[in-house]
Write a protein of this length. Structure first.
Length: 381
């Protein structure tokens, strides 16, 4: 008996269902008891279950905290409502929760009159990441404007206060009062530093990028820190593989500020002294942390990496996801502004690079930065 093709039917035996095999979306056909009737190749890839092991079994892809939501969607679809582009999450075999956009329909098979649901899911993880990044950019833009206004209002009175403290110092002889003035002056200077960091964070400075030898720049920054390193009893070891003479396209002052901020963080993490190891090497362009930075380099282009490792107090694991957020600091009150790594990340992004931080509490921290290798036309890496 020939099949009727003039009226395609959405049912397990129909011709339309065979077309679902070629859908770019993960298609799951299931009955009201949630037993799987059809499972296409895209669903296999997205959820990690093969078709044979999925068919006839109860749906396993709804996370526990989404059960009530799923039941409500089934009821709405059963009542004739079209569920279209509903954003939710589904559970893969690996245990990973996947952001998806789903369409759910309810129908009866014209052949056996049995009811079925069909869910078509689209992976939207990249879309969610982009959306979150755009939200963060909007927040940072608003915060930058507010920070700039605040900094300008505070700068003048802070300068005036510092001047008055210095004038008072000249007229006072009491050691106790002079000691109090020292504390007051220290507090004002900290506030001034914070204001300058606010302005640096808020202001997009014009950059002048030139071909710069990274290793020479690193040497220059370490030389600048030698007096501080000696006082703080910190020893620096400089390693290099094949990076000598390799260049990046960079604004020298910006990169110096970046390296100085990271080196200072490493020194502060070792109040009783310690060891810092600085290394530079050539690497491939594969990004090591795509969640924190957006590399705009073509796959295969070489990069140069600089890593700064200390054996200090480290960063508690619970703090690591937030260290690049503005005003977030693990230092005690009055010791840090919480803007250093935010500014560092902005500088790295402006140079098409990436930055990652690996740390273990009580063991130390490694900050790794990668920049695209600069090559003159026809020059081999």
């Amino acid at each position: 008996m020939k099949k009727r093709v003039e009226e395609p039917r959405l049912a397990p035996t129909c011709e339309v269902c065979s077309l679902l095999v070629f859908s770019a979306e993960a298609v799951v056909l299931f009955n009201p008891s949630r037993r799987v009737v059809e499972w296409n190749p895209t669903a296999e890839k997205l959820y990690g279950y093969g078709r044979k092991e999925a068919l006839g079994r109860v749906l396993k892809i709804v996370p526990g905290d989404r059960e009530e939501e799923f039941k409500a969607l089934m009821d709405r679809a059963k009542n004739g409502e079209k569920i279209h582009d509903f954003e939710t999450r589904r559970l893969a075999r690996s245990g990973e929760e996947i952001d998806v956009s789903i369409n759910i329909s309810y129908f009866h098979d014209p052949q056996d009159h049995k009811p079925y649901f069909i869910e078509m899911a689209k992976d939207i993880r990249e879309k969610i990441k982009l959306r979150q990044w755009l939200i963060e950019m909007e927040k940072l833009t608003s915060m930058g404007k507010m920070a700039a206004g605040t900094a300008h209002h505070l700068n003048t009175p802070l300068t005036s206060m510092l001047l008055r403290v210095q004038m008072m110092r000249e007229s006072l002889q009491d050691p106790l009062l002079l000691s109090e003035l020292d504390r007051l002056e220290g507090g004002i200077k900290f506030c001034q530093e914070f204001v300058q960091k606010l302005l640096q964070f808020a202001r997009r400075t014009s950059m002048e990028k030139k071909s710069t030898e990274l290793r020479e720049l690193v040497d220059s920054v370490i030389t600048f820190f030698k007096p501080t390193l000696k006082v703080r009893k910190v020893n620096v070891t400089l390693d290099e593989e094949d990076s000598r003479g390799k260049r990046i396209l960079a604004d020298r002052s910006q990169i110096e500020a970046l390296l100085s901020a990271i080196l200072m963080n490493a020194i502060d993490a070792m109040p009783d002294g310690g060891e810092i190891r600085v290394s530079t090497r050539l690497v491939s362009s594969t990004p090591f942390d795509q969640t924190q930075d957006r590399l705009r380099q073509a796959q295969g282009n070489p990069q140069i990496e600089i890593s700064i490792t200390d054996n200090g107090i480290g960063i508690p694991e619970k703090h690591l996801p937030y260290i690049f957020e503005p005003f977030y600091t693990t230092k005690e009150s009055g010791k840090g502004t919480g803007l250093g790594l935010s500014i560092a990340q902005n500088i790295v992004r402006e140079h098409d690079g990436s930055i990652t931080v690996v740390s273990k509490e009580g063991k130390g921290t490694t900050v790794s930065i990668r920049f695209p290798l600069f090559r003159f036309s026809g020059m081999k890496p």
